[in-house]
Every structure is written in structure tokens, then in C-alpha cells.
Design a protein around this ligand. Sequence first.
Ligand code: F6P
Length: 342
Amino acid sequence: MMNIGMLTGGGDCPGLNAVIRAVVKRGIQLGHEFTGIKEGWRGLLEKKTMKLDAGSVSGLIHLGGTILGTSRTNPFKNEKDAEQVIRNINELKLDALVCIGGDDTLGVASKLNDKGIKTVGVPKTIDNDLTGTDFTFGFDTAVGIVTESLDRLHSTTESHQRVMVVEVMGRHAGWIAVYGGLAGGADVILIPEQPFDIDDVCKHIQNRRSAGKNFSIVVAAEGATPKAAGMITKEKELDAFGHVRLGGIGEFLANEIEKRLKFESRFVVLGHLQRGGTPTAYDRVLATRFGVKAIELLHEGIYGRMVALQGNKIVDVSLHEATSKLKTVDMEMFRTAQIFFG
Ligand code: F6P
């Protein structure tokens, strides 16, 4: 029997609660018990815990957010915090950790594993940019929200003969922009992987007008970068993992397009709507399969791994490998989306 700690770190994501539920329910069947760590790595630094048993995970599968809370705390920012986390893990008598998070959270899990703490990671991010897994849970929900938003924006944009720039999440990778944009019939998709020229975007919109299409929808990932202006950020300050706060590309682009083409333009920032609320059926199922695999790995004495989806199989990959580089957009996929930029 093990006492297993579980935490959720980084930006929240639909499906986190489904993972927590799956880990605890399957873990209890296997004879283990659980300690919930509140607010990500901050909870391990400050010893903030909560009970996690069959009762506390009941009725969670459809709930967005995370009952454990989350933070962007990085205990490896300084050596003292990292040592404190390891001391607290021992004091709380945790035999192993299930860490549910993206690149940053799992990077910490990987370092702790190197220091002898048994950890297993579960890949979470709406951005779908983790290496080693075809998809992360939360992505499907985010794409669904973008698609529905584009459907709604189409009718109003067409009625007013405007250009609508829709800013979606995606810091380093444009997966949400490509899948959401393709599903929602976007006329231009801009992604962080390919810095773009504003003149090319304008030319494309102008060509559509000349062909009789009096409106255009541009989907821009928040990390999409105009070649001349560089990345658009909200503020210059960095968070604990060294990231700036992005945002503003939608407004910037709408203004530029209006200035250059004299076509009335608007922008919409979908922002945290993409992360909030109830997960899709796909994400609930994926999150549940990930949770079951994570606890079964620990039960078998396997750690230093991240559960992953490859094809339709749930497998495990090394935490090192998964956090060594980001998974950027498959250019073949982007090319398919580009075919429809009519
Ligand atoms: O979850 C990842 C992400 O969606 C990024 O695309 C985005 O830059 C970031 O979260 C913003 O999160 P927050 O506003 O919560 O810091």
C-alpha cells in the first residue's frame, strides 16, 4: 500500500477532475491511499493538503477546473525551495506523486524524479504542445469552443461585411488555431511556428473581396508573430517559468488591417473561455484513461514516466523526453487547413 500525493499545476484545463477521479478510484481498488496537494507545487512548498478519497472524487467527471486548485509556482527557481519540497514530501510520508500538468509542471516532476522522488506525469494542456503524446486532454474542449465561436462570428461578420480577427490561445504552438480554424472555416490562420507578413494577410483579404467575398475571418494564435513588429505581449514581466504574458495580437492585427485596407475590422479574444467549463466526452474519456494508466504504472513500480496517447493506445514515455522540447504544429496538418483559405 502506498500513500500517493497528487497535484495539478499550471493553467487549468477541462478534464483535470476526471483524471483525479480516475487515479483515486482505480488506486483505491489497487489498495492505495491518496493525499491531495493543493495549488500545484506551491502546496508542496507550503504543505497545503486535502483529503482525497472515494467520497471526495465522486461526481467529478463533468466538472471543469480542478478541485485541487493550481498555481504556476516553480520550486526549482531556487535551490532552497526545491530542498523544502523534498523535505515536505518526506514529512507528509508520500511514497510517490502523480503530477498533472503541462511542460513546466512536468519539468519539475522530472527533476524531482531525478532526485529520487517517484513521480508519474499526466499531460495536461489545452495547447496540445507536449511531446510524446498525440493529444493532451483539454485540447478537444478548447477546439470545440473555438469552432462554435467561429460559427457564431461568421454570421455577424458576413452581415456587416467586416474583417474579424479571432485571437485564440497557443503560446508556442498553434494547434488550437489550426484545428479550430479548420473546423470553423477560417480564411486565414496565423500560428507561432510561422512568423507572418501583415501585407500577405491583407493581400489575401483583398483577393477575397475582389472575388466577391465581402467578409473575412482571421484566426490568430496569441503567439503568432508579425515579422516586422515581433511578438505582441501584454507586459514584459516574466512568470516563475520565464514566460511573458501574451495577448494583443488580435487587436493589433484588426487595427493594421483596417488602416491598410480601409475595411471595417473587429477583433475578439476568446481567452480563458477556451479553458473554462465542462470537458467534452472525448476529453473525459482521454483524461480517465490517462488517470487509470498513471496509477497502474505506480502500482507496478514504474516511475519517471508520462502517460501518453499514441494512435489509440495509452502508453508511457520518459518524463525527460516529454519535457525536452515542445510539440509544434504538424506542417502537413497546417497545409491541409491552408487549402481552404479561399
Ligand atoms: O494553458 C496554456 C495557456 O492557455 C497558454 O496558451 C496561455 O498563454 C496561458 O495559458 C495563459 O494562462 P494564464 O492567463 O492563466 O496565465
